[in-house]
Write a protein that binds this ligand. Structure first.
Ligand code: UD1
Ligand code: CA
Length: 456
């Protein structure tokens, strides 16, 4: 089948009350339109045409994918007018499928029967039965049960409004005929718009049969017009993702408190506690455990890593068997080798930490190379920034750094060195020696604490 897909995305989405075009609002961390494009591509259509208007440049810039034919609809004169704009670029012998930039959860399997029907010369539309059909176009039938027309709510009689079978908007048709019907549309209706839905009555008049395909998957056909609907769809989407994770063998302590905004690749027997937020590309090795309230973005976590509560991890690679947190922050370009321990209130940025090294309490390590088997004491700070430039700190294997040390970069602490607590290190430290910089301790005998003056 030669399938051409048209995605309507020209509307402003007034009810979003937003400066951002509606189709760019994120669902699961990606624009609504990106989800629709995923499904369009899964249908292996020959060409994808996206009709844009409001915020057109912003929409194009957000989706720089080279396989999209962008179609400009300067004025939003209606869904029929929008589809007509895209028809110019579509071969006559193709089958056309119309999709929507603001209906993100539509599934490939739901659309395939429509495309298949249309490739056999009929017009196929996707309908649904709703308890509350308000706002939607209603499907009208002839006495013999065949579809005769779609009437928009604003044009419907009270009797028609009682109909609960609605038009989801998804429609497939042979291109040449669709083009003819679109050319003949008028805008004599309550909204003064060129309705795509009016092609149904024209098809019937032409003797082309119209096939209604009903779906009971309401989530899939729900459009997003306001932020409440966006929030509802986000939960539906996250529920789907959680279910997929559970099926893949990941334990989610509470699937309702799990958010995946991107892609997760996980090994076996991974356990994720409540309120995890995973963003971008996240890889979790076998038996990784993630504590409550952890955010992980674009990171790779090795097997048997334990991430304790309240960590924020971005752009990091964590070696197998490491233990992170609670309350640790790993920033981009952090690479931890295996069996490292990164404890509470430790921030690491743009640094490599060698195997078995420990940074357990209250430290900042930035622009640093840490060797293996290093122990960095509580409150150690790498002073990597001089106010203008960043400098590196190099710490050799088996170094022991006493608590409350400042390492003023650029500086190197050579292998096996020990630094005494409370030191400010400004010059390179030799290997295997004790180095410290500390004011000598003194005791003043007989000194008296001041006492409060009597009042009065
Ligand atoms: C449309 C259908 C209605 C159906 C409903 C399902 C028509 C006339 N009505 O109504 O039967 O029940 O969808 O959600 O088709 N758009 C453009 N350019 C335009 C007009 C709209 O790109 O000139 C885009 C909008 O951005 C939106 C989509 O098309 O994404 C649907 O348009 P909208 O005006 O929301 O149609 P509805 O009134 O919801
Ligand atoms: Ca709509």
């Amino acid at each position: 089948m030669n399938l051409s897909i048209i995605i309507l995305a020209a509307g402003q989405g007034t009810r979003m009350n937003s400066a951002l075009p509606k189709v760019l609002h994120p669902l699961g961390g990606r624009p609504l339109l990106a989800h629709v494009l995923d499904t369009a591509r899964a249908l292996d259509g020959n060409d994808i045409h996206v009709v844009i208007g409001y915020g057109a440049e912003q929409v194009r810039a957000a989706l720089p994918d080279s396989d999209i034919h962008w179609v400009m609809q300067e004025q939003q004169l209606g869904t029929g007018h929008a589809v007509a704009q895209a028809m110019h670029g579509i071969a006559k012998e193709n089958t056309v499928l119309v999709m929507y930039g603001d209906i993100p959860l539509i599934g490939k399997e739901t659309l395939e029967p429509l495309c298949h029907s249309a490739s056999q010369g009929v017009v196929a539309l996707l309908s649904a039965e709703l308890d509350d059909p308000s706002g939607y176009g209603r499907i009208l039938h002839h006495a013999d049960g065949s579809i005769s027309d779609i009437v928009e709510e604003k044009d419907a009689t009270p009797k028609q409004r009682a109909i609960r079978e609605i038009n989801t908007g998804f429609l497939a048709a042979p291109a040449a005929r669709l083009r003819g019907w679109l050319d003949a549309l008028d805008n004599n209706n309550a909204q003064g718009e060129f309705y795509l839905t009016d092609v149904i009555a024209r098809a019937v008049t032409d003797g082309t049969s119209v096939r209604g395909i009903t779906t009971d998957n309401i989530t899939e056909v729900m459009g997003i017009n306001d932020r409440k609907q966006l929030a509802v769809q986000e939960r539906c989407y996250q529920q789907r993702q959680a279910e997929a994770c559970l099926q893949a063998g990941i334990t989610l302590i509470d699937p309702a408190r799990f958010d995946l905004r991107g892609r997760l690749d996980a090994g076996q027997d991974v356990v994720i506690d409540i309120n995890a937020v995973l963003e971008g590309q996240v890889m979790l090795g076998d038996r990784v455990t993630i504590g409550p309230n952890v955010t992980i973005r674009n990171s790779t976590v090795g097997a048997d890593v334990e991430i304790l509560a309240n960590c924020v991890i971005e752009g990091a690679v964590i070696g197998a068997g490491s233990r992170i947190g609670p309350f640790a922050r790993l920033r981009p370009d952090t690479t931890l080798a295996s069996a490292t321990h990164i404890g509470n209130f430790v921030e690491i940025k743009k640094s490599e930490v060698g195997e078995g090294s420990k940074i357990n309490h209250l430290s900042y390590v930035g622009d640093t190379t840490v060797g293996r088997g290093v122990n960095i004491g509580a409150g150690t700070i790498t002073c990597n920034y001089d106010g203008a430039n960043k400098h590196r700190t190099i710490i050799g294997d088996d170094v022991f750094i006493g608590s409350d040390t400042q390492l003023v970069a650029p500086v190197e602490v050579k292998e096996g060195a020990t630094i005494g607590a409370g030191s400010t290190i400004t010059r390179d430290v030799p290997a295997h020696e004790l180095t410290l910089s500390r004011a000598p301790q003194e005791t003043r005998s007989g000194w008296k604490r001041p006492v409060k003056k009597p009042k009065g």
